[in-house]
Design a protein. Structure first.
Lengths: 279, 574
């Protein structure tokens, strides 16, 4: 039971997983409520041109990746304001274009080799930098989500009403996408893209089946994320299944378990407009 | 190239038609995910040895069914269901690839795709998707439309509506699968979503929207393909950039002005026509009396240049440090193959795509499988249909390199008898260098006691090197010959135990792979992870591993340093 905890590499993996589970569980609630799962899944690919340019210019890769993904987030928010273009269509347009651009830029002879592997981490080998940036992400998201809570809530549940209160829905959209971008740029190097989608969507979607209120939903999502992270790493340790994929499967199982629990819950009703103004 | 164009033009029909439904019904994420979710199907098809598109389509249908089951009866939160089913599919695929089959060599080619590698069956699949979409649109397009604008419209029963939805999702799954081999899962949206969204900015009626979308996909595909030939870039990425740029221009036009839509259409048509007209300029290819030869891998390219000298013009398909498993051919490769007399390949499934490049270029070049000509063979580890009987990394044994160089000299001489003396002279000079290298490495390794020659690396590429010089490979961080697999915590823990028991002093990450897990192991065991090895390819031009001789000397130096705890190296002049 405690054997994995005695291995240093497992301690680090568990630490990284737990930090990013806290970040993913909390931010994931807004991802789920704003229905931006597609952005959570695909934004990581828009980093690619930034990585290549940073490598060619010889600056730290994070300095290339961050502007690229923030640019993508803003472009998605902007595209979604066009008539007939939904946010998901915006994601498709922006991400495929930027990924294609990255592939073309990577053909340049100055581009260092194997750069696409920099995009993908592995949960079993977090570096010191990964751990520090994950801790910084938890702090950043904690502060930002606390400050933006009212705005995100008001816009998320009633766009028209928010506008009447003088809050711009576009601001809330852009703020959420930029926070998501920050989360992804940090998490993707520690977890790999597959796990990022799982952590930023799964626990929150499960929590949504279990509670009607945003506060408890965030708490439940964080708990589910942390526990399934541990469960996945233990599974990988004892059964010997691939590390990242095991955590992803544990999260999917947690979601499946939440479905019947959500059905037997009395006063079943998904988190919605009325329940949103609960505090 | 004509086949690629034909494929794009056929695919324009389902992509344009379905694209309008995807945009209208908010299915952009679904259409992207259904292609990516094909991954476990591809792994299964590769492992059990049946046709890849079949596996992809089966996985796509399962994905669609999973979405229908979990997302039933809810309008909100459908996107998180799509994401979760996708995560489930991908995780299953990774576990299948890592823990069940230990193989995924053909998987990447479909996740990335290539317009240049399509064959007759791809075109048939695209045609089936086109016909099915046309028929379905004609029969039930009106119903989809009514439902799209008013999901609660009372005239249809719930079952009928569910059937209509299932039909639409099934068609998207079929068409996406047909597109995978063309642009790859990551760029499917550039054909299915972006053009339809572009037209949406201007179109008012469904019929004109659909017609214009089909035409726009065809135009963007044609222009992208032509640009990729002109600039020698991968076609999929080029099409994605063209589509994105046209969307941006259209959005700008829509946002900035209230110009009549007719004027915009005329301007757009003019731009497309101008691009097409520019493309009709001929693309000349010069011949300078040299023997045209294609080499697939970096090390084979190096040998052919050494033996051929100035008499041979070598087109080397793989570039330094590209993973041969994740390779997408460029137009120049097909052109080079078309004019080549000889094609030198590694064999053992490492570069099996070369056969199609050659047949696609309409070339009758002879493909020389050098792997079949070398004396030292080790068994391959991968399972699966044709997954190599032998370990494909045979070049790491210089004795194999000698046999390969001899074969290259023989084949070059047969192709151009007038230069036979030159090839023999160059070959003999290079063989002498190879023997010096071999003896030098053997001498260096001999300075290390046998009990300390313990190799731990992150990719099983060094079996031949270890076999030649009496090195004991005690473990690999990713225990498989492909880069696709992921290690488990159990593997890592057992490897750490082994390293501690055996007193291993260094682990060796491979230069073209991410070294994170190797670093983690080094951190825990106190072994060094500072020495990297050249595994699948040579290094870039200015590195120690830029030539085959340099690569093997650098690997020997790194190993001797690692085994001796950094006390001494192996200084061989390549």
């Amino acid at each position: 039971m405690f054997e994995p905890l005695q291995e240093p590499f497992m301690q680090r993996a568990i630490a990284e997983m737990t930090l990013l589970a806290i970040a993913g569980g909390a931010l994931g609630c807004w991802v789920v409520l704003y229905e931006v799962s597609y952005a959570a899944e695909s934004l990581a690919h828009s980093i690619f041109p930034g990585l290549v340019l940073a490598a060619i210019a010889g600056i730290p890769l994070l300095l290339g990746a961050t502007p690229a993904i923030v640019l993508a987030a803003l472009a998605i928010a902007l595209a979604a304001r066009l008539p007939g273009v939904s946010r998901d269509v915006g994601v498709a347009v922006v991400v495929t274009t930027m990924f294609g651009l990255g592939v073309l830029l990577a053909l340049s002879p100055q581009s260092p080799p194997g750069i696409e592997t920099l995009l993908f981490g592995d949960i079993l080998g977090p570096s010191d930098g990964d751990l520090i940036s994950a801790a910084a992400l938890v702090v950043l998201l904690g502060v930002a989500l606390f400050l933006l809570h009212g705005r995100l809530l008001a816009t998320g549940f009633d766009r028209g009403g928010a506008r009447a209160l003088g809050l711009s829905p576009a601001f809330a959209d852009a703020a959420l996408l930029i926070l998501l971008a920050a989360g992804i740029v940090v998490a993707v190097q520690g977890l790999g893209n597959l796990l990022v989608v799982a952590v930023f969507v799964g626990p929150a979607a499960a929590a949504r089946n279990l509670t009607d209120r945003i506060g408890p939903m965030i708490a439940v999502a964080v708990a589910i994320a942390v526990l399934s992270g541990l469960a996945g790493l233990y599974l990988s340790y004892y059964v010997g299944t691939a590390g990242g994929a095991s955590v992803a499967l544990a999260i999917v199982v947690a979601y499946l378990l939440s479905l019947p629990l959500g059905l037997i819950r009395p006063n079943r009703g998904r988190l919605n407009l009325a329940a949103g103004y609960d505090h | 190239m004509q086949r690629g164009l034909l494929e794009v033009l056929i695919l324009a029909v389902p992509a344009g038609l379905l694209g309008t439904w995807i945009v209208l019904r908010g299915l952009a994420f679904f259409s992207h995910a259904v292609g990516t979710a094909a991954f476990p199907g591809l792994v299964l098809a590769d492992g059990l040895g049946f046709a890849a598109p079949l596996g992809a389509f089966a996985a796509a249908i399962l994905f669609t069914a999973g979405n229908a089951a979990l997302g039933r009866g809810r309008e909100e939160g459908r996107d998180s269901v799509v994401a979760l089913v996708l995560v489930g599919c991908l995780a299953a695929g990774v576990i299948l690839a890592s823990d069940v089959f230990g193989s995924g060599a053909n998987v990447e080619t479909l996740l990335f795709g290539s317009l240049l590698l399509i064959d007759g069956s791809d075109i048939v699949l695209a045609a089936i998707a086109a016909v099915a979409t046309l028929v379905a649109s004609g029969l039930v397009g009106g119903r989809w439309l009514a439902h799209g604008f008013d999901p609660g419209a009372g005239q249809v029963s719930r079952w009928e509506r569910r059937l209509l939805d299932a039909l639409l999702l099934g068609l998207i799954a079929l068409a996406t699968t047909a597109t995978l081999s063309v642009v790859g899962a990551l760029l499917v949206s550039s054909l299915f979503v972006v053009p339809a969204a572009t037209v949406r900015l201007f179109a008012k009626r469904m019929a004109s929207w659909q017609l214009a979308s089909v035409l726009l996909v065809a135009a963007e595909g044609t222009v992208g393909l032509w640009l990729s030939v002109k600039t020698d870039a991968p076609p999929g990425a080029t099409i994605a950039c063209v589509a994105g740029a046209i969307f941006a221009l259209a959005a700008l036009a829509r946002a900035l002005s209230r110009v009549p839509r007719g004027a915009v259409a005329v301007a757009a048509a003019a731009v497309v026509l101008a691009l097409l007209a520019a493309g009709c300029g001929s693309s000349g290819s010069g011949s300078d009396g040299k023997l045209d030869v294609v080499a697939t891998t970096t090390q084979i390219g190096d040998w052919v240049r050494e033996v051929g000298g100035g008499a041979v013009s070598v087109d080397q398909v793989l570039q330094p440090n590209t993973d041969p498993h994740e390779y997408e051919p460029r137009p120049s490769d097909v052109e080079a193959a078309a004019s080549a007399k000889l094609v030198f390949a590694n064999g053992d499934n490492l570069d099996s795509w070369i056969g199609q490049i050659v047949s696609d270029g309409g070339s009758d070049a002879e493909i020389v499988d050098l792997g079949a000509a070398v004396p030292e063979r080790l068994p391959g580890e991968s399972s699966g249909a044709e997954a190599s009987k032998h370990d494909p990394h045979w070049w790491h044994d210089p004795r194999n390199a000698e046999a390969a160089v001899r074969e290259i000299a023989r084949k070059l001489a047969a192709a151009d008898p007038s230069k036979k003396r030159l090839f023999e002279r160059n070959g003999a000079a290079y063989l002498a260098k190879l023997r010096t290298l071999d003896a030098g490495i053997a001498g260096c390794i001999d300075t290390i006691p046998v009990s300390q020659r313990k190799l731990v690396t992150d990719h099983d590429a060094f079996g031949y090197f270890a076999n030649r010089y009496g090195i004991d490979v005690i473990g690999a961080v990713i225990p498989s010959q492909t880069t696709q697999a992921q290690p488990s915590a159990k593997d890592v823990s057992e490897l750490i135990g082994l390293i501690e028991r055996e007193g291993v002093k260094a682990v060796f990450p491979e230069s073209s792979l991410s070294a994170k897990v190797a670093d983690a192991i080094a951190r825990q065991t106190g072994a060094s992870a500072d020495y990297t090895l050249y595994g699948d390819t040579l290094g870039p031009a200015d590195s120690d591993g830029a030539t085959y001789l340099g690569m093997e000397a650098a690997n020997a130096d790194a190993m001797v340093r690692g085994f001796s705890d950094g006390r001494h190296g192996c200084h061989l002049k390549p």
